[in-house]
Ligand binder design. Structure first.
Ligand code: GLU
Length: 285
């Protein structure tokens, strides 16, 4: 009799413990949205579908430029795509999948990157993309990972030495879907802008004398100038272009994984090494 009373007590304690565990789980689930975004355990909870999908696939699909020296440029001979944005993408693949080569790069242009992201062709865009309020209506962004500013590329000897020399009679060349087009039209109302599908075509048009200046971010223009000594970047940058990695709206776990990667890269010094490798100097602190 005594014995069975004792075991009832034990059973009661067990039931109580089980109830506590269950109710504890309930609380965790309620808070799961934030918790899921925070770490590797995210794969088990509801808010982490995007990361789970990437892990299941075993590779990260990243939209990068193929025609932008220093950031994302495809070498036609080897087929390799290289640049600052590629090195950042590899670090993200390593963080999420444990292997920097578990990645498939897909070509985007300034015009195609948001549609390709939002129709699910790619998991993220790492392609010289400025964080803007307008774009935030369509995509989510990581923290800033590069700071650029808009500038002008001209043929050496051009009378254009900076933005102050651009008038409405100047013929400007640019890439469709870039912030640079909207910015230059705001800075010089009435200016003529010829828009190309990508930067390769815009630079070819400048070389062929189809326009007076090509406008986009200074970092991209320096990459072009390094290809052809007849061209130079002039004047001071006249906008702020903070680059962010774009991710489909609602995939907060992916945004978190990217931000964690960027923080790790900065902490370890690898960010400075990647920056110096491509930009030729250490980032401003
Ligand atoms: N950073 C600017 C933008 O996001 C210009 C460079 C580009 O076209 O990718 O529009």
């Amino acid at each position: 009799m005594n014995k069975s009373k004792k075991s009832f007590k034990w059973l009661g304690a067990l039931v109580l413990a089980a109830m506590l565990v269950i109710s504890g789980c309930g609380n965790n689930n309620a808070g799961g949205k934030n918790a899921a975004a925070g770490g590797n355990n995210a794969a088990a909870s509801g808010d982490s579908e995007a990361i789970a999908k990437i892990k299941e696939r075993g590779k990260l699909l990243v939209g990068v430029k193929y025609d932008t020296r220093l950031f994302g440029l495809k070498d036609p001979a080897s087929g390799n795509v290289e640049g600052f944005d590629i090195d950042i993408s590899k670090a993200i693949a390593k963080h999420i999948l444990g292997d920097e080569n578990a990645i498939e790069l897909k070509e985007v242009t300034s015009k195609t990157r948001i549609p390709m992201l939002n129709n699910g062709e790619i998991d993220m865009v790492v392609a010289t993309m400025t964080i803007t309020e307008d774009r935030k209506k369509e995509v989510d962004f990581s923290d800033v990972y590069f700071q650029a500013g808009q500038s002008l590329l001209v043929k050496k000897g051009s009378p254009i030495k900076g933005l102050e020399d651009v008038t409405k009679d100047t013929k400007i060349l640019g890439s469709k879907g870039a912030t640079s087009i909207k910015n230059i039209k705001e800075k010089v109302p009435g200016v003529t802008v010829l828009e190309f599908d990508n930067y390769q075509d815009a630079f070819s048009a400048l070389k062929a004398g189809q326009g007076d200046a090509l406008t986009t971010d200074d970092a991209i223009l320096y990459g072009m100038a390094s290809q052809d000594p007849d061209f130079e970047v002039v004047g001071e940058p006249f906008t702020d272009e903070p680059y962010g990695i774009a991710i489909q709206k609602g995939n907060s776990d992916v945004v978190q994984a990217v931000n964690d990667t960027l923080a790790e890269l900065k902490e370890s010094g690898d960010y400075d090494a990647i920056y110096t490798k491509w930009i030729g100097k250490a980032p401003a602190k």
